[in-house]
Write a protein that binds this ligand. Structure first.
Ligand code: WTA
Length: 630
């Protein structure tokens, strides 16, 4: 079946058996691996599409990440932090515990109450997980914003979450440059009166201006008391909001709870990574994205693991930075993205081969489909043919992994490019438009047929949208928006998004957001955005723009203005590769832009049925724009 019959020798058949006989009592048993203040009365209250897990139980995420380790692991390093500029810090479980309690007292003294939201806009420094855990400790809901987003994007998110406190830094390092985060925040909140205070960590020591709202982290922490007992919170208490792009409008606030989410992470972290006390775990994800929330912050800390946290760009000062870190810290488990691997692979084998990577025993991939040839390179050159590779499929909304090989549980043959099997307790199918299961090896829509503990509670402030986006296409089933196929061995192959969400370097970007940004330019009448395949980034963004009548501006000037607009409204991650100015977009007679067509032309596929098209000339114009590109 596969040439990759490699595993770690674990063979726990009972877990799968328990899960398939009754998924609710299965998760009930898993939840008992956490420390609860009081136990629950009901394991699952399922009122589709709303699931409440461990109803009546009380728990605290920060208590489970820190307090429970103080007896046996107080002096064990929790975070081995490596700054981009070569700085380094080690924080033990005791250091983290003390810092988190201090910050909990600081937040309380600034008037933060249980249920309030706190926005965190920090670089990858230890103060970021400390801030998240301090919020969790007092029952405030954290909302972390990736440090690559612009002031306008941050403003939208702070306005939506109504955070009264923002935690930021003077600056952050990225490829040797200082990104002035405090300036971005000043801009973002200039007319948001409900923001009461901004806490500023001094990381880069660049000059910043301080207003009466601003407080320096060190000053606040210097005076703070280092004891703050964790709040006893309901299992369904909102732990965090994380904004993510969808197919319509502005980013959605994905809301995660506490007890169910932690149960999901505790279990998947153990099953997928086979975590042992002696491991050194390294996930390269930025905490601004869900992978960082789940598998840099909560997953490893729940297990009392030691992990490496890296501040900067993976290829700075050169493409061997990751290999240097693995050698320096003797990393045993490495979890990264296909985009990073494709970039490393491009630099050849000599770089990784010149480092001692022998500490590695398990490798992981996340965020986008991994090409089989990249998988093989990862296996051979990085893992030296002795490390299993787990290709983990999941989403911001799912909280944690839903499809992955699980070497901590069982040894199964691996297939390069396949996520393999659903985690225990999950029923997943591949279906057609009407919800019927498609035959083996046929492309269809991925569908999740039962609730799981890590699933989002709802979309922040919008239960209806939550229902409409995920639960309306197929009754009482969760629709993730991905294409997949299931092969004759029952293995899943994830085939990319089935909707208008792009994945650029693994970052999720909505075409709707980009289009509304482009049309808000004075000279633009209409726009359509789509992704085209890219060897390194997976996908890159191209845009088609129809100008308003009588616009006489030079197109190269317009192109510049539009690029700046995207940077200002969204952030550099949404930068377009190319903007084409066309006279019309391909539309149906009812006026809908035919993206299917744009995608097909861009991907060199056959165009298919265009009988509903309003005007065939639009297609030829776009086709020739692409031909020019080739
Ligand atoms: C894609 C990231 C193929 C998928 C954790 C999903 C993947 C979206 C994989 C969610 C994988 C994630 N193989 N595709 N292993 N992992 N995806 O919310 O399209 O940033 O729907 O979460 O990433 O992106 P998000």
């Amino acid at each position: 079946m596969s040439e990759f019959n490699i595993g770690l020798g674990n063979n726990d058949t009972q877990t799968r058996k328990d899960a398939s006989s009754d998924f609710v009592s299965f998760w009930d048993k898993q939840a008992k691996n956490l420390s609860w203040f009081s136990t629950w009365e009901k394991t699952l209250d399922w009122n589709p599409p709303f699931a409440k897990w461990f109803v009546g139980g009380t728990i605290n995420a920060s208590y489970n990440a820190l307090d429970i380790h103080q007896k046996n692991k107080a002096e064990k390093p929790a975070i081995l932090w490596e700054g981009e500029n070569g700085d380094s810090r080690v924080l033990t479980y005791n250091d983290m515990w003390k810092q988190v309690q201090k910050l909990a007292n600081v937040l309380k003294s600034l008037g933060v109450k249980k249920g309030d939201r706190v926005t965190i806009y920090l670089p990858m420094i230890p103060e970021l997980p400390i801030s998240m855990l301090a919020c969790a400790r007092i029952g405030a809901t954290h909302t972390v914003i990736f440090s690559g987003f612009s002031a306008a994007a941050i403003k939208d998110r702070i306005e939506d979450s109504k955070s009264k406190i923002v935690i930021t830094a003077d600056g952050g390092y990225r490829r040797g440059n200082v990104i002035k985060l405090k300036e971005v925040i000043d801009d973002a909140i200039s007319d948001l009166d409900f923001v009461q205070n901004v806490i500023v960590v001094e990381r880069t020591k660049n000059k910043i201006s301080l207003s009466s709202k601003d407080k320096l982290w060190n000053q606040l922490m210097g005076n703070a008391f280092d004891v703050f007992p964790a709040e006893k919170l309901d299992s369904t208490h909102p732990l965090y909001i994380l904004y993510t792009s969808g197919t319509t409008g502005k980013p959605k606030g994905v809301l995660h709870g506490t007890g169910g989410y932690l149960t999901h992470l505790h279990s998947t972290f153990k099953w997928a990574f086979d975590i042992k006390d002696s491991d050194v775990f390294f996930c390269t994800a930025d905490i601004g994205w869900v992978t960082g929330h789940s598998y840099v912050v909560y997953g490893p800390l729940l297990h009392g693991a030691t992990e490496v946290m890296y501040e900067g760009a993976p290829d700075f000062p050169n493409a061997s930075r990751m290999w240097g870190i693995i050698e320096k810290y003797k990393v045993t488990i490495f979890y990264t993205t296909p985009t990073a691997l494709r970039m490393f692979m491009k630099f050849g084998n000599d770089l990784p081969n010149s480092f001692d990577l022998s500490s590695l025993r398990l490798l992981g991939s996340v965020g986008e489909p991994i090409n089989p040839e990249v998988w093989r390179w990862y296996f051979k050159i990085i893992g030296k043919e002795k490390c299993p590779i787990i290709d983990t499929w999941w989403q911001t909304e799912t909280g944690g992994m839903l499809i992955s090989a699980l070497p901590g549980l069982e040894t199964i043959p691996l297939k390069p490019g396949s996520g393999t099997l659903p985690i225990p307790g999950l029923k997943i199918s591949v279906v057609d438009e009407s919800g019927n299961e498609v035959p083996a090896n046929t492309k269809g829509y991925l569908l999740i047929k039962n609730p799981w503990p890590g699933m989002l509670l709802t979309l922040w402030g919008d239960d209806k949208k939550y229902h409409d986006v995920y639960w309306s296409k197929y009754k009482n089933c969760y629709y993730p928006g991905d294409y997949a196929l299931k092969d004759s061995d029952g293995y899943f192959w994830l085939l990319g998004r089935a909707d208008d969400v792009l994945k650029v370097s693994g970052h999720r970007i909505g075409t709707a957001e980009l289009e509304s940004c482009l049309v808000s330019h004075n000279d633009v009448a209409e726009s359509a955005v789509c992704g085209i395949p890219d060897e390194i980034k997976g996908e890159i963004i191209i845009a088609f723009v129809v100008l308003k009548q009588n616009v006489t501006k030079d197109v190269s000037l317009l192109e510049k203005e539009l690029s700046i607009k995207i940077r200002n409204d969204i952030g550099a991650i949404a930068t377009t590769q190319q903007i084409y100015f066309v006279s019309k977009l391909p539309k149906t007679r009812s006026g809908k832009i035919m993206r299917r067509l744009l995608k097909a032309i861009a991907n060199n596929e056959t165009i298919g049925d265009v009988s509903t098209l309003e005007d065939g000339a639009a297609v030829s114009e776009i086709q020739s724009a692409f031909d020019e590109l080739k």
